[in-house]
Design a protein around this ligand. Structure first.
Ligand code: GLN
Length: 539
């Protein structure tokens, strides 16, 4: 069979959840036995989202092969369990850079370089590139932004051309919004009609429409949208607000979205898959009664800034039969005087990743408080580094211990930059990124946690692989001192000998990871450390 392409676009307003719809479509097709991948094209000029402040686009997600990407790739992986790669995330900046580099090399032989055809050709090339591996039956391409944005226009032109070239092997799924006007007591389809008209003016006729709505849409409305927009009635579905994003695939399946896609592409529809484990997960989620509270100590008070951590905790909670209530605690406001009050009633604390000075002293104070009060604590990346600094200052007696990132002159850089990283002036693309191996130490809590997840044969994994995104490292010069005083280095990179995990044994749960375990949690495969952390706090 030829590879099939599904282009997902959005209209009317942003934040409708194109990523969730793309991930849901991926999930449903995968459940039918198809090999699926999902890629994201973002119309901004940044080369990648790595240098973006989380307030701009939420967290930066990292793929196993070390690409810093949009957070939607996290949804794709959590929903489908697929591993995305560098090829799954493309920005306008990267497209232009590729074209300009080619121009400088003289590859265009003196031609005038234009948006059409050179930029659009580069977009088309990258939209099809994952197909080179012949690994996929379906390639779902989500295009960021909203129809009508100036930035999106070259992407729309590329989609128009590809649809023309690929015929039935390519379709467009357009996600729009049906607002409810309270004063009139009516649901309005006009914005959707306009959005579809706008697409038609660009030469693209949507095949499938998904209508985002806060209230249930009666059949008459769907019928009206279908006939006004030249779309088959069975190709118009609604995506109502649901209590959990993980209910979206089931809701889409109930309305036959995957069947409509297959019909449109001339493929056999067959039986509807049962989605057993997925439904089991939803049932568990709906049955939760017990609540545990986790303090998220970080500096960004924004849902999306720690997206994968939030999802990892709540998924781990569901498997532990508890609802994890996440409470953001601004690390910039934590002081020794108020820490007890700020963390009062927390069953556990997660010290968040991050970059730069702001809020780090608050993280250190929090780590001190939770270590000395037996409160289960999970430190991730910068969070782990702050646990290490706190331990140096308060247990090892190195009162000016710090990370070289925060104080280049410190006498005790317990977190330091590696030799090979020194002298790098550029910010983008200079980090340790992507998956690295980590050897777990016998007798450690983390080994037990990972082993607890090992499948039936009980062969516990002593070497794991986890994703990184940082410049600074635990300084091995201090390793013996830490171990002699109760903070053990229990995860070690077998090639570089870098410390990847620390834990304090004399504590109910005090573990810091230099890597980001949150990137590899999926709905059907929750991460062992999150499971173990939540298990501890829910007992
Ligand atoms: N700023 C720290 C470093 O670069 C930690 C990064 C992070 O938390 N992702 O090492």
């Amino acid at each position: 069979m030829n590879t099939k392409f599904i282009f997902v676009t959005g209209g009317v307003v942003s934040s409708l959840g194109k990523g969730i719809i793309s991930a849901s479509v991926g999930k449903l097709l995968q459940a039918r036995g198809y090999r699926v991948t999902i890629q994201k094209f973002d119309p901004y000029i940044n080369i990648d989202p790595g240098t973006l402040n989380p307030y701009e686009h939420g967290e930066c997600y990292v793929t196993a092969d070390g690409m810093e990407t949009d957070l939607d790739l996290g949804h794709y992986e959590r929903f489908t369990g697929i591993h995305t790669t560098r090829g799954n995330s493309v920005t306008t900046g990267r497209i232009y850079k590729a074209v300009i580099d080619k121009e400088r090399r003289g590859d265009y032989l003196g031609k005038t370089i234009q948006v059409v055809p050179h930029i659009t050709d580069e977009i088309k090339h990258r939209m099809r590139r994952l197909d080179d591996t012949q690994q996929y039956d379906f390639i779902i391409t989500e295009v960021g932004g909203t129809i009508g944005d100036i930035e999106s226009a070259p992407f729309m032109e590329a989609i128009r051309q590809l649809r023309w070239e690929l015929g039935r092997d390519a379709i467009n799924l357009h996600l729009t919004y049906v607002p409810y006007l309270r004063a009139a007591g009516e649901l309005k389809t006009k914005p959707t009609q306009h959005s579809v008209k706008e697409m038609q003016s660009m030469g693209i006729q949507p095949d499938i429409l998904v209508l985002r709505t806060e209230l249930h849409l009666e059949d008459g409305i769907l019928q009206k949208v279908a006939s006004f927009c030249n779309v088959d009635r069975d190709c118009v579905v609604q995506s109502e607000d649901l209590p959990s994003i993980y209910e979206v695939p089931v809701n889409m399946q109930r309305q036959g979205l995957d069947a409509a896609i297959l019909r449109k592409m001339g493929m056999p529809v067959g039986e509807t898959p049962a989605l057993g484990p997925w439904r089991h997960f939803l049932t568990l989620q709906q049955e939760l009664t017990k609540v545990v509270r986790v303090g998220l100590v970080g500096k960004y008070d924004l849902q999306d800034a720690y997206k994968s951590i939030r999802e990892s905790l709540s998924i781990a909670g569901i498997y532990n039969r508890v609802k994890v209530k996440l409470e953001f605690v601004n690390s910039e406001e934590i002081t020794e005087e108020n820490v007890a009050e700020k963390l009062a009633g927390m069953d556990g604390v997660l010290v968040c990743p991050g970059f730069g000075q702001r809020g780090i002293e608050g993280k250190i104070v929090a780590a001190h408080y939770t270590r000395t009060h037996g409160i289960p604590t999970f430190g991730i990346c910068l969070g782990m580094q702050m646990m290490v600094i706190e331990f140096a200052r308060n247990v090892l007696g190195l009162s000016d211990a710090n990370s070289r990132e925060m104080n280049a002159e410190t006498n005790h850089p317990v977190i330091d930059i590696m030799e090979s990283q020194k002298n790098l002036a550029q910010m983008g693309g200079t980090m340790r990124l992507g998956a690295y191996a980590c050897q777990l130490v016998q007798g450690s809590r983390v080994l037990q946690a990972y082993a607890g997840q090992a499948a039936g044969d009980a062969e516990s994994p002593t070497v794991i692989s986890e994703r990184h995104r940082h410049r600074y490292e635990f300084n091995n010069d201090y390793r013996t001192q830490y171990e002699q005083n109760g903070m053990d280095c229990v995860g070690i990179n077998p090639e570089s000998d870098l410390v990847e995990i620390v834990e304090v044994k004399q504590h109910p749960w005090y573990i810091g990871t230099q890597f980001h375990p949150e990137y590899t949690t999926t709905v059907l495969n929750p991460h062992p450390l999150f499971l173990d952390f939540v298990k501890t706090i829910s007992q």
